[in-house]
Design a binder for this molecule. Structure first.
Ligand SMILES: Nc1ncnc2c1ncn2[C@@H]1O[C@H](COP(=O)(O)OP(=O)(O)OP(=O)(O)O)[C@@H](O)[C@H]1O
Ligand SMILES: [Mg+2]
Length: 286
């Protein structure tokens, strides 16, 4: 089907050098919020753990996702045979949100990327270019592969770095920002305009109003305009929602829970989505 207007997909990367900071939850929920804003979204699972694949309700199938796409370039760089819609038990197949999944085989493509030498860093960009007319937004959930991180930093329009709103954890986000600039430089790309293109999204592990105010002000000193203005709260329903393949908004609706941390988290992801959208470039950079 030919789209009424040509889509020019923008790419959002969710990346952190710390594990368990909410990357996959952020990728999934920001993606779903973008769909609610009328966008056609591609979720890209770039983590061997394949959590995003599960959150999107799809089975983890070997060589049927990003691992398949990057398996044997340049032959295999077309992602279209591997796209699957998000499946939600409550809502069926959601065509506006497609998934390029992952599997535990993903680390095997690290070697493929390395053997591609300088070209290898651009395999993901080339793969995503194939579908740039089909989607408004791709959201890439990164694991810890240096090769895939380089690939994503070479093509992302906006980079979201989730971080716990406590120290010293929050300092790791600064290391990530530094790495982003360095990798872009090494790839011969304009060093990312760090202020305009990076979003630091903080979440609090333990609510502590007085301590939070202090932490927030320190985070603002460190990250300035990069810091998403809302702090995502801890909410015990997140694991349950993810395990049920529901976004937090759907989970809230399904269980008619209003108020409290769940509502605050739904509002938080909605605000984070708006903040990220406002940073997407109008023009695709060369
Ligand atoms: N706001 C939150 N409140 C409470 N728990 C959360 C929140 N966000 C995420 N979690 C939980 O923290 C764990 C890690 O979340 P998630 O999988 O999104 O992080 P990640 O950074 O992708 O982790 P990994 O490094 O393992 O890929 C999950 O069990 C998730 O349910
Ligand atoms: Mg994850």
């Amino acid at each position: 089907m030919i789209a009424a207007h040509p889509r020019e997909m923008r790419i959002i990367a969710v990346v952190s050098n710390k594990g368990g900071v909410g990357k996959s939850t952020t990728a999934f929920n920001v993606g779903a919020e973008a769909v609610l804003r009328g966008m056609k979204v591609l979720l890209v699972d770039a983590d061997r753990q394949a959590d995003l694949t599960s959150y999107a309700g799809q089975e983890i199938l070997p060589w049927k996702g990003l691992d398949g796409v990057l398996r044997n370039p340049p032959m295999s760089l077309d992602p279209r045979p591997f796209l699957r819609p998000r499946l939600s038990g409550a809502h069926g197949a959601i065509e506006a949100m497609q998934l390029l999944g992952s599997s535990p085989h993903l680390p095997e493509v690290d070697e493929v990327i390395r053997s591609g030498f300088s070209d290898g860093s651009f395999y993901l960009r080339r793969a995503l270019d194939v579908v740039k007319a089909d989607f408004d937004l791709a959201i890439v959930d990164l694991g810890h592969s240096t090769e895939l991180i380089r690939n994503v930093l070479g093509c992302a329009d906006v980079i979201v770095v989730p971080t716990p709103a406590n120290f010293p954890d929050a300092r790791h986000a600064g290391d990530m920002l530094h790495e982003i600039g360095m990798v872009r430089g090494q790839l011969g790309l304009p060093r990312i305009e760090a202020i305009r293109r990076t979003v630091v999204s903080a979440w609090r592990r333990h609510p502590n109003a007085a301590g939070d105010a202090q932490v927030l002000s320190r985070l603002r000193d460190m990250y300035g305009d990069c810091l998403s203005p809302n702090i995502l709260p801890e909410c015990s329903y997140v694991s349950e929602a993810n395990a049920s393949r529901l976004t937090l908004r759907e989970f809230r609706e399904q269980y008619s829970r209003t108020g409290g941390p769940l509502q605050a988290l739904v509002d938080g992801y909605s605000a984070l989505t708006n903040f990220v959208m406002a940073r997407l470039p109008e023009e695709i950079p060369a």
